[in-house]
Design a protein around this ligand. Structure first.
Ligand SMILES: C[S@@+](CC[C@H](N)C(=O)[O-])C[C@H]1O[C@@H](n2cnc3c(N)ncnc32)[C@H](O)[C@@H]1O
Length: 235
């Protein structure tokens, strides 16, 4: 395809994304009270990789942020992992496109409410709270001990395919913001070697120290594209 035709196609796609995104964010339309079948495979995957790649100790209080939670079908994996390390747990998820509809006309927000419903617990000195925020990461200003960030968009094409307007493509600004919220340790997982290389360049550009975890593997779920992990530890 010629350069100008490709440019027009990208502009057209962005216009469509801008329009759709505006409508769904304003109307927040969804069927209510989702109660589908629970699919635990993503949660098992998360629990497994946190157990194998995310070393932490028991603490009085723990706060955790999951960035780009989608419908948070994997939240139980994070919850089951972190609740073992504190009686006072806050687990928050943030998703900029929370009102995107699935083909069954339930939004990600509605489905996330279903997945977090039975994870809360407050009794006898134990307080576990889980919240899903339909918001832009850049609007989050609270500090977190731990941050989990699975598959951030580091190239523009997947972001556009996902249906987001391209003005939201700002991987380095988002990384810098996530780092400013971090107290202790952040896990980032990228898809494919190219994305992992871009991730490393961004760390270097921002002067963020990181540890390469190499390819992330789990028997709970296998993916077509290799996944690469990075641990950021803040002292
Ligand atoms: C590739 S998806 C990964 C979803 C999920 N973490 C997973 O592993 O299945 C990236 C997610 O990040 C969300 N996202 C992108 N930019 C964001 C921002 N600025 N604030 C919050 N979420 C964002 C997208 O809408 C999308 O749901």
């Amino acid at each position: 395809m010629k350069g100008s035709a490709l440019y027009l196609l990208i502009m057209f796609e962005d216009l469509k994304n801008k329009f759709d995104f505006y409508i769904r964010t304003k109307t927040k339309f969804s069927r209510k009270n989702y109660s589908g079948n629970i699919n635990n495979s993503e949660a098992e995957y998360l629990f497994d990789i946190l157990t194998n790649y995310f070393p932490i100790d028991f603490q009085d209080n723990i706060s955790v942020l999951d960035i780009g939670s989608k419908n948070w079908a994997y939240v139980k994996g994070e919850y089951d992992f972190f609740k073992n390390y504190s009686n006072q747990l806050i687990l928050d998820g943030v998703e900029i496109d929370a009102y995107r509809l699935n083909s069954n006309f339930y939004s990600r927000y509605e489905i996330a409410q279903f997945y977090i419903k039975n994870l809360q617990g407050v009794n006898q000195g134990v307080s576990h709270r889980v919240n899903y925020y339909p918001d832009n990461l850049l609007n989050i200003n609270k500090k977190y001990d731990y941050i989990i960030w699975l598959l951030p968009f580091v190239t523009i094409y997947p972001l556009q395919k996902w249906g987001l307007p391209k003005k939201y493509f700002m991987p380095q600004i988002l990384l810098q913001h996530a780092y400013s919220l971090l107290n202790k340790q952040m896990l980032i997982i990228n898809q494919g070697e190219e994305e992992a290389e871009i991730q490393k360049t961004m760390f270097d550009n921002l002067g963020i120290e990181y540890k390469e975890l190499g390819t992330i593997k789990s028997q709970a779920l296998e993916f077509k594209n290799s996944r690469y992990g990075f641990l950021v530890i803040k002292n």
